[in-house]
Design a protein around this ligand. Structure first.
Ligand code: GTP
Length: 621
């Protein structure tokens, strides 16, 4: 029920209640007044009758008393009047007129106890007031009762009964009450009309504010409240409008910014506020994600975290992350959340002909959600049941496509997921520079651990890797063979053919070393023209054979330098870990000692470390 209705009902209720009370009080007052005035009237008339009867007795004209009563009726406006006699009077003066002898019930009571009786009764539509007043014998005044009556003081001699019609009085009372009621009703109606006029702006402003708030709750702050008055109600309307304008402008500015950031387009029927909150939340989540991945160490950790976001936040469990691994190659880095899984959602041909991948070829997003069939390379496996749709986003790195994120959803969920796509894009956008930074860091780190000229790992790499190497060897209880080798008379090459020729010799030697050992073995440029080889899981005897093989291969190697062909030999020192020493670096030292022995013994040879080489000579190393 609105305010206007409530006010009308309240005022109406008060008015009707007041009116009813007024009528009741008026009627009661009129009744009391009627009874009081009629009683006084009857008492006065009774006293006149008593005086007249007393005087008539004294003057001996008591027989004329009937005429007197008739005249009294005319003069006093009485309806009836009659006198009844008590037995005392009858006994002294004999029976009176018939009418005076037949007392009714009320008159008998009055004659018996000397108390007056009054009553009001309805008689054929007429309201009649009846009073029966006793005449008690009194010695007061002259003449008085006891002059004729032989009775004692106070004896009831008779009673007079008179009736008055109250109809006229009643009609006047009703007319008066009616006028009062009509006046009151008009006054009340006027009050209600005025109150409604006063309340109307309050009610309609409240309704307008409610409507505007309802629209605001749906994210629409364009509702306005009409200002109807200049008082506090008008003030409420103005302030509400100011607030709505402020919120509308604020929301528009926020929406504009977040729309720019998310790339999400707003629809007319969207709840603008909820969408804005949604977008801000999405951006905040993406920002937290970015902070987290910045602290991740490797690209694998980043993609792993992104995979969890896809699953937990966007409900996408089927997806691929591809990486470019060559000019025309792609490599599936993660498929459906598992790293290293084979390609599942695309034709495997894209792995060797990456241009088949539309996202890789174009460098643009490929929206298979709204355009199914846009990419011929997308295919779903036979075991997946419901048809799938895809959405592929290329991640640009150093101006080219570095990775591709492929999201796969069921056809029935494509529309729902399409609304989420802007947020996925925000994540991808946040991830791209971090991936780029990680790639650069990894490249830098890679280069700091690698010798640029020969492409072999350097001494720093060995220093970083040695703990893992030793721990693995101890755990697997395997032996490591350590060879330190050096080109014989290398200085002569530089001196005779120049530094470039020396470099060429070093590169050729590095290539021979790399191909002479297993992939799991380590070839390191240890410094200058000195190299170090770690053979894993190799006993001393086999290691010696490998070393001898390397020595012989190098000795046979013909290196083309400018117009000349060079042939160089190498010397190799071999020591075994942990056979020769419990510490890795000590074993390296022992291999170095053996190398020196090989040089001393005439070069172009392999020397296995023996403990006596160290004893007594430790100081010279
Ligand atoms: N061209 C070139 N020369 C290098 C490089 N690193 C070290 N050298 C040279 O390698 C030579 C090493 O000479 P030495 O250590 O005296 O020994 P050697 O001439 O090989 O004789 P022995 O080792 O005793 O057989 C020095 O002349 C260094 O300048 C490099 O990267 N390129």
């Amino acid at each position: 029920m609105n305010l206007n209705r409530k006010m009308t009902l309240l005022f109406g209720g008060i008015a009707v209640g007041t009116l009813v009370m007024l009528i009741l009080i008026s009627l009661y007052a009129f009744r009391s007044y009627s009874i009081a005035s009629s009683t006084a009237h009857v008492r006065t008339a009774a006293e006149i009758v008593r005086v007249h009867l007393t005087e008539s007795m004294i003057q001996g004209v008591i027989d004329k008393r009937e005429q007197f009563l008739n005249r009294l009726i005319e003069v006093q406006g009485l309806r009836t009047a009659r006198v009844v006699r008590s037995t005392h009077v009858n006994e002294q003066f004999g029976a009176g007129m018939n009418r005076e002898m037949n007392a009714d019930e009320i008159e008998k009571l009055v004659l018996a106890d000397g108390q007056p009786r009054y009553e009001i009764r309805d008689e054929a539509g007429d309201s009649v007031f009846r009073g029966t007043i006793p005449f008690a014998a009194s010695s007061r005044g002259t003449p008085n009762c006891l002059q004729c009556h032989k009775v004692s003081e106070g004896t009831v001699l008779g009673a007079v009964t008179m009736e008055l019609s109250l109809t006229e009085l009643k009609e006047k009372a009703l007319t008066t009450v009616t006028w009062i009621s009509v006046t009151m009703a008009m006054f009340a109606a006027l009050s209600i009309v005025l109150a409604r006029r006063l309340i109307l702006p309050v009610g309609s402003t409240a309704q307008a504010v409610e409507r505007a708030v309802q629209r605001a709750l749906k994210g629409d702050f364009k509702g306005r409240v009409e200002k109807r008055t200049d008082d506090e109600i008008g003030q409420i309307a103005s302030e509400t409008n100011n607030l709505l304008t402020f919120l509308d402008d604020g929301l528009a500015r926020i929406s504009q910014r977040v729309v720019q950031l998310t790339g999400r387009t707003l629809r007319q029927d969207d709840n603008q506020l909820e969408v804005a909150i949604d977008m801000v939340n999405g951006l905040a989540d993406a920002s937290s994600f970015k902070q987290a991945i910045e602290e991740d160490e490797t690209k694998a950790e980043i993609f792993d975290r992104f995979g969890r976001v896809l699953t937990e936040q966007f409900g996408v469990r089927e997806f691929s992350i591809y990486e470019t691994s060559g000019p025309k190659q792609l490599e599936p880095f993660m498929v459906d959340g598992v790293q290293g899984s084979p390609c599942r959602w695309c034709d495997p041909q894209i792995l060797v002909r990456s241009d088949m991948c539309r996202a890789k070829r174009s460098g643009h997003t490929v929206d298979g959600l709204t355009q199914p069939g846009i990419c011929y390379a997308f295919k779903q496996p036979d075991d997946t049941g419901e048809t799938r749709r895809h959405y592929c986003v290329p991640i640009m790195q150093s101006g080219a496509v570095g990775s591709i994120v492929q999201l796969v959803v069921r056809e029935s969920e494509a529309a729902r997921f399409h609304a989420q796509v802007p947020y996925v894009n925000v994540y991808v956008r946040e991830m791209a520079p971090v991936l780029e930074a990680k790639r650069l860091t990894e490249t830098l780190r890679e280069s700091s651990l690698r010798d640029a000229m020969t492409g072999l790992n350097n001494r720093r790499f060995l220093e970083e890797y040695v703990d893992t190497l030793v721990a693995t060897a101890r755990r697997r209880k395997i032996e490591l063979a350590i060879m330190v080798l050096d080109i014989d008379y290398f200085k002569m090459v530089n001196d005779t053919y120049g530094h470039d020729a020396g470099d060429a010799v070093l590169k050729s030697l590095a290539a021979v070393l790399r191909t002479s050992v297993r992939a799991s073995d380590m070839v390191i440029r240890f410094g200058g023209e000195e190299f170090l080889i770690v053979l894993q899981e190799t006993e001393a005897e086999n290691a010696l054979r490998v070393a001898e093989n390397i020595r012989a291969t190098v000795a046979d190697l013909k290196i083309q330098v400018g117009g000349a062909v060079l042939q160089k030999t190498i010397s190799i020192g071999l020591a075994m870990f942990p056979e020769d020493s419990e510490t890795f670096w000590q074993t390296v030292k022992f291999a170095d000692v053996a190398l020196y022995r090989a040089k001393d013994d005439g070069r172009n040879r392999v020397v296995r470390f023996r403990s006596e080489m160290w004893e007594g000579h430790a100081d010279s190393y």
